[in-house]
Design a protein around this ligand. Structure first.
Ligand SMILES: [Fe+2]
Length: 424
């Protein structure tokens, strides 16, 4: 696959709903083009879903929440697929055990692609009925389904990376030409003390957890211009960062012991030098590139070691709103974080998601949607942390200023990095 095949604009201006649907569905399948059939079936840990499951689950989502209620006389492709491909929607019925998704050899990969074809035909038929009527009751669900599929495009890449890393053959997903490393001096973006309004506004798409828009008070602070680099994180390791309990939250220290963590996920030391596994295979770490595949616990410990802290998500949003939603997304074809520019605020989007020190909780006045679709975001507002920005695996048209990603404290298999903050 070339970067050009990844760069298909999913939400380009003037595109019809049908155009956008075709583009998103095609982008998912383009991500699969480097894979062999055997690669589609494996799950390497409970957080990782097989590629085949992602392809089918995103189709089940359209069937269940869009086609069944909105397309007259729609008949599901196979009634038994709902049990296999419902992820976590309790109100949508019984479902298969997540940890056993990698044990499912049937339906075959070919049958799953046929499932997608059948769902595509039905959705495009519904698009004809909807036309350009944004007030049609199916419009917002179709839009949600598109963004849901884009989320799974990112998961597809992070999951297959873990699958390949687990394989002793250490196969590469595909060769990439890394961006030229750029040494970047650290600078700081000031956020004056004050009352700010945050959260999504306007007509464009957002997930329900990005609102309601509301006021928040911030003390004066400053956010780092760029992400923490591999070289900086290697210095933390060399200073005994993983061996100093005073740097860690209690649960984080337990995670270090239980997981025998000595470095970020995918880092290995060869002849005293750090290497990391990437989607292009193993390679020496690039000192100026952002560290990635660190957990919240590691990000928090690093910040403490550096004498700073993680930004609040509100601070991040206030700082980022002065800058365009731009960066190295999956569309760039790099599939790995790259070093920033020489100076100025950078890497807000693309490269690596940024852990914040904000617990993932509801904004004031938040109400999830009624019914099973309300389980999308609201029920996860417990024991997780907000990440802001986007990563090298995020589609460009999926990124937004107000986007609230979230993962548990010990999650390391996503492209997660660190932006430091300090009080002023
Ligand atoms: Fe999903």
């Amino acid at each position: 696959m070339t970067p050009a095949t990844l760069a298909r604009p999913a939400h380009s201006p003037g595109a019809t709903l049908a155009d956008r649907f075709r583009a998103v569905r095609a982008a998912t399948e383009a991500l699969c083009s480097p894979l062999a059939t055997e690669d589609y079936v494996v799950s390497s840990m409970s957080d990782v879903s097989p590629t085949k499951w992602h392809l089918a689950h995103t189709s089940w989502f359209f069937e269940t929440f869009l086609l069944a209620p909105h397309l007259a006389r729609y008949e599901t492709v196979n009634p038994r697929y709902a049990f296999l491909f419902n992820s976590y929607y309790v109100q949508a019925g019984e479902r298969h055990c997540r940890a056993q998704r990698g044990l499912v050899t049937r339906p075959t990969v070919a049958e799953v692609y046929e499932y997608r074809r059948r769902v595509d035909e039905a959705v495009l038929s519904l698009c004809n009925e909807i036309g350009d009527d944004a007030a049609h009751p199916a419009w917002s669900t179709l839009e949600l389904g598109l963004h849901h599929e884009q989320q799974h495009q990112e998961l597809l890449l992070t999951d297959i990376k873990h699958v390949f890393w687990t394989n002793p053959m250490r196969p590469a997903y595909r060769a990439t030409a890394p961006a030229a490393p750029v040494a970047s001096l650290q600078g700081w973006h000031d956020i004056p003390e004050g009352v700010y309004t945050i959260g999504h506004e306007g007509q464009g798409f957002s997930f329900d957890n990005e609102g309601p828009r509301h006021k928040t008070y911030l003390n004066g602070s400053a956010l780092a211009h760029r992400l923490v680099t591999n070289a900086e994180f290697a210095a933390f390791i060399a200073d005994g960062g993983y061996r100093q309990p005073a740097l860690w939250l209690s649960l984080g220290w337990s995670a270090v012991q239980d997981g025998k963590w000595r470095a970020p996920l995918y880092w290995e030391q060869h002849d005293g030098a750090w290497h990391e596994f990437t989607l292009a295979g193993g390679a020496p770490i690039v000192p100026d590139a952002p560290v990635t595949h660190v957990s919240f616990f590691e990000a928090d410990a690093f910040a403490r070691w550096a004498g700073m802290r993680l930004p609040l998500e509100t601070e991040w949003e206030v700082a980022a709103r002065d800058f365009p939603v731009d960066g190295r997304f999956v569309d760039a074809g790099l599939c790995h974080p790259s070093s920033g520019g020489a100076s100025g605020m950078q890497q807000l989007y693309g490269d690596a998601w940024q852990w914040t020190g904000s617990a993932y909780v509801a904004y004031p006045g938040y109400r999830p949607s009624p019914g099973a679709i309300g389980e999308y975001n609201g029920k996860w507002m417990c024991d997780q942390w907000v990440l802001r920005g986007a990563s090298c695996a995020t589609p460009r048209s999926h990124a937004r200023l107000t986007y609230r990603n979230f993962f548990p404290s010990d999650a390391r298999w996503q492209f997660t990095g660190i932006r430091l903050a300090k009080d002023v």
